[in-house]
Design a protein around this ligand. Structure first.
Ligand code: NAI
Length: 471
């Protein structure tokens, strides 16, 4: 198996199979075999995902030591801190999307990329089942597997959320929000729309006072005050934003001073804060909320609802958990040890939001894990211990997360920043923190091209306002 891996396509769509790889016909399936381990005996390392963890690992990994295969349904890396700004056109979508092949090509990596979703795993046979965008099914083998499939939104089973709410996790989500905002605003402008209906349509509800919800509410506020008030003043005056949070305050992971500053700024910007309030169910035009103190329920009409109430591991993490149910007992995701190995498995490591560890599901954590694991693989290759990857990596000093601080944009050219300094941390909120946040984004973007695109988007917005048309 270490010399070859098979590529099996189901009979449904066999015409998409690479003909030169066809070796034999087996019952109703065509079996394709490709050489994944070069004659010099290199092992096959499969990376699942193109998020913060996997992409950082790919950048740091010396790919000449392994046959590296990257599998992801997304052929680009997404710079998630700027995703909320794409929902209103502050930043254009492509500016924060970095094609994975650019990353590979720029760094001269010898890597294969398969655009597919990994749907199943056979840990004993070390084989993965992939579903391609054209709905064909393929199988590949691995020697070492790194799972960085990330997280997705969590509805917590709240009735009506899946059907009626919008989410903010992927670029498609941001585009959908942008389109829906445009449609709702245009609909509200029709002459036959009653005032009551207009107010309902223009009531934007954000559920979840974590960083995603707060940043989105801030961006929405900017769109209304900077652009809609100029182009459609008659409608802009009816727009209302409500942020619903179950806990007594927003941003529970931030310093209390910054929480206070954020809540003050949001209120000053006209955003209605409903803290201590839980969304119980969502209908087509109204949602039901419950006061967590007195248990009273009320119904609120809305035009658009964005659900930013938390995340959960993706389906594949649960598929893998199910293979070792006696060890993988945490429903939140894959339990990993200090050396990022998925407990209960052999030669499988995991990083980022699909895992459960003492670290929060942060981009920074995933990125540092990716770097740590890449260095561990690089060192292992140097030590020529590739035959026993688990022991080689387990012998290294464990992964320790070093926080570089937290930043969040809160609207109106203001941000909050919490930077660790020695045994304490420096906190700041306001326009200067916003400049710091912007500089951080430009610095952290994966390429000069992306940084230039984002800087240009910001400059265009400052001079001409946002591009409010949507295709
Ligand atoms: P989150 O889990 O941080 O926040 C979700 C919020 O929704 C919670 O405060 C929760 O109490 C509330 N909630 C849950 N169910 C609710 C309901 N039914 N009704 C009302 N409120 C409800 O989720 P978020 O913001 O998506 O962030 C996910 C992770 O990513 C976090 O670890 C976060 O720190 C991180 N992140 C950090 C960013 C930054 O530092 N700038 C930006 C975006 C995400």
């Amino acid at each position: 198996r270490s010399l070859m891996h098979t590529f099996v396509l189901s009979s449904r769509n066999t015409h998409t199979a690479p003909a030169h790889k066809l070796l034999k016909l087996q019952n109703h399936r065509r079996s394709y075999t490709t050489r994944t381990t070069k004659p010099d005996g290199k092992k096959t390392l499969v990376l699942l995902g193109t998020g913060w963890g996997s992409t950082t690992m790919l950048k740091t990994l010396d790919t000449s030591n392994f046959n590296v295969i990257v599998v992801s349904p997304r052929n680009y890396f997404l710079f998630t801190p700027l995703l909320p700004s794409c929902t209103v056109g502050t930043t254009e979508n492509r500016s924060i999307m970095e094609p994975i092949r650019h990353i590979v090509g720029r760094n001269n990596k010898d890597v294969r990329f398969y655009e597919a979703q990994c749907t199943d795993i056979d840990p004993k046979a070390k084989q993965l089942t992939l579903q391609t965008p054209s709905d064909t099914v393929a199988h590949i083998s691995y020697d070492y597997l790194v799972v960085g499939v990330g997280g997705t939104y969590n509805t917590f089973g709240t009735p009506g959320v899946q059907e009626h709410a919008l989410f903010l996790k992927e670029m498609q989500d941001a585009s959908k929000i942008r389109r829906r905002l445009k449609d709702t605003i245009e609909r509200a402008g029709f002459e036959d729309t009653t005032l009551e209906e207009r107010k309902r349509l223009l009531h934007m509800v954000v559920v979840g006072g974590g960083p995603t919800g707060v940043e989105f509410a801030g961006e929405l506020h900017d769109l209304i005050t900077e652009d809609l008030s100029k182009w459609v003043p008659g409608l802009a005056k009816h727009v209302r934003i409500t942020l619903v949070e179950a806990l007594p305050h927003v941003l529970p992971s931030f310093d209390p001073k910054l929480v206070k500053y954020t809540e003050h700024t949001l209120r000053k910007n006209g955003i209605q804060l409903m803290t201590g309030t839980t969304v119980k169910r969502v209908g087509r035009t109204t949602l039901v909320v419950r006061d967590t103190k007195d248990g009273r329920e009320s119904e609120i009409p809305y035009g658009n609802i964005v659900w930013a109430a938390g995340i959960q591991a993706r389906e594949f993490a649960h598929t893998l958990r199910a293979k070792v149910p006696h060890v993988q007992t945490n429903a939140r995701g894959l339990i990993i040890d200090d050396h990022l190995r998925v407990k209960g498995t052999g030669d499988i490591w995991a990083l980022g939001d699909c895992t459960v560890s003492k670290n929060a599901p942060l981009a920074q954590v995933a990125s540092q894990q990716g770097k740590w694991l890449a260095r561990a693989f690089n060192a292992m290759a140097k030590e020529r211990q590739a035959g026993d990857a688990y022991n080689s990596i387990a012998a290294k000093a464990p992964f320790v997360y070093a926080s570089k601080g937290s930043l969040a944009y809160i609207g109106g050219e203001r941000a909050i920043a919490e930077i660790p300094a020695f045994s304490t941390s420096i906190t700041a909120g306001g326009p200067l923190a916003s400049l710091f946040w912007k500089s951080y984004c430009l610095w952290e973007l994966f390429s000069v091209r992306s940084s230039l695109s984002v800087a240009t988007d910001w400059a265009k917005r400052a001079v001409f306002g946002r591009h409010i048309s949507v295709d």
